[in-house]
Design a protein around this ligand. Sequence first.
Ligand SMILES: [Zn+2]
Length: 179
Amino acid sequence: MYSAFKFAEDSSSFLSYAGELLKGDLEQSPTLEKRRMRILTLEMITALKKGLIALLGSGGVVVLYEGSKNCGEQLYHYTVREFKTTGPQALETLKQTFETTGWGDIKKIELDLNKATGMISVKNSFEAKASSRSKAPACYFLRGLLEGFIRAAAGRPIRVEEEKCVAKGDECCIFTIKS
Ligand SMILES: [Zn+2]
């Protein structure tokens, strides 16, 4: 398991971890940078996202997107420190991290880090699940996270756009990377 998120040694999978959590054993909680993580249910995330956008409108979208770029950068630097991997290998770690955390399933990564172009497809985006039916792509957190992570991996500015999104009825979320 290459995920950036660490679980207690006797917890071999996220499911067994979740089982322990249901029993109230918080010692099994995953950690990042040796700090215990806090977990929210999908309903809590939905309420937070809806509240933010209801209050701030498009400003709420900007907050989610801009804030998560920093999260992506931090995650990349942590991945490099912890796993001594860079570039494409770091992206493989990111794929595992998505699965471990339940953010979504990265199905395909086509990325040229030198040209800083490519695409990433994600199934089961937690954020699309937490969104109402939308006319536009709605995975602002994941878009920013990917942008921050890939920007740090490429070592130069890039942009990530979400072209397709489950929240607007597409089969999966597709993010394109542009230099
Ligand atoms: Zn999406």
